[in-house]
Design a protein around this ligand. Structure first.
Ligand SMILES: NC(=O)c1ccc[n+]([C@@H]2O[C@H](COP(=O)([O-])OP(=O)(O)OC[C@H]3O[C@@H](n4cnc5c(N)ncnc54)[C@H](O)[C@@H]3O)[C@@H](O)[C@H]2O)c1
Length: 432
């Protein structure tokens, strides 16, 4: 099939390359000409395990193309996936849909034969109706069908998630589009993915409700961890004990820093705003947002307690600054609020991240990036394990750190508190 992905970011690039690997002809379009030029030269603009090889393979065999020419790419394709960003609006908590509607306006100038137009971007319920309205102002409804096909991939495991999804959700009442899309996804369905055909509005809501539920699960266990810290109980025991109940499940039930990333913070806010529009109070999600917003200051207070209130001139090392492991994505990472706050209190920050130095911290004084874990930690008073990269899982702290009075705050509970105690390391975890 001939596909066009509009927006070549985390979702557009990953799904585009995976569709091409399944034998389809795919054009990935982006308005960012630098990004497109890089991709044509084999330089992948994001960090995602395994993505480089798959892009190169499919680019070489010409099933995958990159372009900045939207009109031409749309006219050459039968199925158009909209994969542009839907960030939070400035000064409001609703989704900013300008990129989506701009694309819809461009699409309507390039349709001369039947096309399926799909929102893969996460969009509030009824956005599909709006897109249909915009396009039908210039194009006969017989020539297009607007479908919702939300994407559930996780950064860091995106290729696997795309290829082996739990479910493929297709929101359309149009039988012809449903048949074509079931066929497009048949290689994934035959590997076990459940195919769910529902209404367009339901598909849009399934995505938001799923993300809000996962954010709730994380926030729930984070709050239980706060209780554990007061009663000498280890949260890891609670996560295991709860997670073994199949009705609950162990995934997304690990306590840690505030949830971040490009999806949960913006999507929880957007679903509440959408519900407000329809005069419905999503009070559970509202309190999840509030609890998560408070989490970074709660953890900063813990840092303060660990250092006995003496932050000034303390050398604090962050291991990992992205919102989770195996991605370079800094969007809404809790390090973005914690690090500046510690700098303001007089701390001297050093950090290491496997995906390199971050532009977000360049504007601050008293922060430096180290190229290796060894150099990052060697003079530290406190090491904060912020992100759960495998690289951080077997560090010999005693050997590597010169300051023998160092402390560790493990926000991912990677290490065993008992083993740390045996080594006489001052170790603090989450929820213990
Ligand atoms: N990142 C994730 O893990 C993830 C997972 C599931 C769903 N989503 C959703 O998918 C959507 C995209 O997310 P992302 O993380 O891939 O965003 P992104 O910012 O990485 O990529 C979006 C791309 O769209 C391009 N773009 C914007 N307007 C354009 C236009 N008119 N023409 C061509 N290109 C244009 C931008 O230049 C950018 O490269 C969002 O709605 C997001 O919520 C993201």
């Amino acid at each position: 099939m001939k596909l066009c992905m509009i927006g070549t970011g985390y979702v557009g690039l990953v799904s585009g390359v995976c569709f091409s690997d399944l034998g389809n002809d795919v054009i990935c379009v982006d308005r960012d000409s630098k990004k497109v030029e890089k991709l044509k030269r084999g330089i992948i603009p994001i960090y995602e395990p395994g993505l480089d090889e798959l892009v190169l393979k499919n680019y070489k065999n010409k099933r995958l193309k990159f372009s900045t020419n939207l009109k031409d790419s749309i006219s050459k394709s039968d199925i158009i996936f909209i994969c542009v960003g839907t960030p939070t609006k400035k000064n409001s908590s609703g989704a900013d849909l300008r990129q989506i509607f701009n694309v819809a306006k461009e699409i309507r100038t390039s349709i001369s034969k039947f096309k399926i137009i799909i929102t893969k971007s996460t969009v509030p319920v009824t956005t599909g109706d709006e897109i249909e309205k915009i396009i039908s102002q210039k194009v006969s409804k017989k020539l297009f069908s607007v479908v919702s096909n939300p994407e559930f991939l996780r950064e860091g495991e995106a290729l696997r998630d795309f290829t082996y999804p739990d479910r493929v959700v297709i929101g359309t009442n149009d039988k012809r589009s449903n048949k074509i899309l079931k066929n497009l996804y048949s290689p994934l369905i035959s590997k076990g993915a459940k195919y769910v055909n529902t209404s367009r509005r339901a598909a849009e809501l399934i995505k938001y409700a799923s993300n809000a539920f996962l954010a709730t699960k994380i926030t729930f266990i984070n709050e239980i961890a706060n209780l554990c810290e007061k009663i000498d109980v280890n949260i890891e025991d609670i996560s295991i004990g709860m997670g073994l109940d199949k009705r609950i499940g162990g995934r997304f039930l690990r306590a840690g820093p505030a949830y971040g990333g490009s999806c949960f913070p913006k999507d929880t806010k957007a679903i509440v705003t959408t519900a407000d529009k329809f005069k419905t109070n999503l009070s559970v999600i509202r309190s999840v947002i509030k609890s998560n917003d408070n989490r970074s200051s709660l953890l900063l207070k813990r840092v303060f307690d660990i250092l006995k209130g003496k932050i000034k001139n303390k050398k604090i090392c962050f291991l990992g600054v992205t919102f989770k492991a195996n991605t370079d994505d800094m969007r809404d990472s809790s390090s973005l609020s914690m690090i500046p706050s510690l700098i303001r209190k007089g701390a001297i920050i050093n950090y290491f991240d496997p995906t390199g130095e971050k532009i977000e911290f360049k504007k601050f004084k008293n922060i430096s990036f180290s190229n290796t874990i060894k150099t990052a930690i060697k003079d530290s008073d406190l090491i904060i394990i912020h992100t759960e990269w495998n690289d951080f899982k077997s560090i010999n702290f005693k050997k590597e750190i010169q300051n023998k009075k160092f402390k560790i705050f493990d926000m991912r509970n990677i290490y065993s508190p008992t083993k740390m105690r045996e080594q006489k390391i001052k170790y603090f975890g989450i929820g213990s």
